[in-house]
Design a protein around this ligand. Structure first.
Ligand code: HEM
Ligand SMILES: CC(C)=CCC/C(C)=C/CC/C(C)=C/COP(=O)(O)OP(=O)(O)O
Length: 316
């Protein structure tokens, strides 16, 4: 328990914080960041060579803490709009549970700790990439792009695509074409992922005066762009197999899931009524999560089987 200053949910000057540990966990956006960290783990595992398991565990912990820290700093900066949007108004700061100042210190502390630990114990390339990712999400996306352009999540989406590169850099000390391909898959996946959600959340963003694509260019343009990005993302999702760092199983899964993704995007584009458009958008949003988790899980499964076969001497 601690005394917090004036909170934005009521006019109390000072009162004891009611924040629980779970509220601090909420600041880390654990549900979203779970898939983010998973992609970082797969990037580490898919990298060539063998990484010390302790250093690998430290790497994943640092990516998780750094991702959570960026989520907390995003909530610190977005407190003024989070209190307006239905989806975010119960977050710890708008709910008056934790003061913005406490969240800022919490987020900065975790950011510095995660970057320094990764840099000192693993390597400075991965530490620098983690620092850049946190900066890109908090400053470039949250503080600048999110409130100024409908391209906010396209450019800002790069921050969510870096984790596999961080994992790969931790394992190899390098950035390779393969890790750039993993980045590109998530980078191209982000617009359909989020714009599908924004189509059924557009009133929230309108109220908060955030220039998301449906609010600025309209639903028709957003739906066309979702199809466009999906048509580019689907073949890029197959590249790990084409480039040879993923096997046939991944190739088949990525082709089939890519076709399904485009199908859902096309059904959304051609939805005949507003109700069916909302339903299609929800389906595409949910499938976008299954798609990304499915591709990275398949890649991980192949890597684990390969490493097991090598470990048992079945293959050289
Ligand atoms: C700028 C890029 C992104 C934006 C604007 C965005 C936006 C969102 C929003 C608004 C939600 C709904 C969360 C809520 O209900 O409060 C969400 C859900 C989610 N996002 Fe994204 N996202 C982005 C990138 C990513 C990335 C890169 C990943 C993973 C690699 C990801 C994974 C998820 C997951 C797993 C959920 C579901 C969370 C839940 O079940 O509550 N997102 N996204
Ligand atoms: C290692 C590391 C630092 C990883 C970071 C990965 C990352 C930036 C993921 C993006 C996740 C996300 C939900 C963005 C939406 O922000 P928003 O402000 O549009 O969402 P909101 O409205 O729900 O707050």
């Amino acid at each position: 328990m601690s005394v917090i200053g004036k909170n934005i949910a009521s006019d109390n000057e000072y009162r004891l914080s009611e924040a629980m540990a779970s509220d601090y966990i909420t600041l880390l956006k654990p549900r979203v960041m779970s898939l983010v960290v998973f992609t970082g783990f797969v990037g580490l595992m898919a990298a060539p060579g063998h990484m010390n398991p302790v250093l690998a565990a430290i790497t994943i912990l640092c990516i998780a803490v750094g991702a959570g820290a960026s989520g907390a700093l995003n909530m610190w900066y977005d407190a003024d709009i989070d209190i307006i949007m239905k989806r975010t108004r119960n977050r710890p700061i708008p709910a008056g549970l934790i003061s913005p100042e406490q969240v800022l210190v919490f987020g900065l502390t975790l950011s510095v700790l995660s970057v320094l630990t990764l840099g000192l114990l693993v390597n400075w390339l991965s530490g620098a990439l983690l620092a850049f990712t946190i900066f890109f999400y908090v400053v470039i996306y949250s503080m600048w792009l999110k409130r100024s352009t409908p391209q906010n999540i396209v450019i800002g989406g790069a921050s969510g695509a870096f984790p596999p590169m961080i994992g790969w850099a931790a394992a190899t000390g390098s950035i390779s074409l393969d890790s750039i391909v993993l980045f590109l898959i998530i980078f191209l996946w982000t617009p359909p992922h989020f714009w599908a959600l924004s189509l059924f959340m557009s009133n929230d963003y309108e109220a908060a005066r955030i220039p998301m694509m449906p609010n600025v260019k309209g639903e028709a343009s957003t739906k066309r762009q979702i199809v466009g990005y999906s048509l580019i993302m689907a073949p890029v999702g197959v590249l790990p197999w084409v480039l040879g760092f993923a096997g046939l199983t991944y190739g088949v899964v990525s082709i089939l899931m890519g076709l399904a993704f485009v199908y859902y995007a096309w059904r959304l584009r051609n939805a005949p009524t507003h109700e069916t458009m909302i339903a299609s958008a929800r389906k595409l949003f949910r499938f976008s999560l299954l798609y990304l988790a499915g591709l990275f899980a398949t890649l991980l499964a192949e890597v684990l089987v390969y490493k097991a076969l090598v470990g048992f001497g079945v293959i050289a």
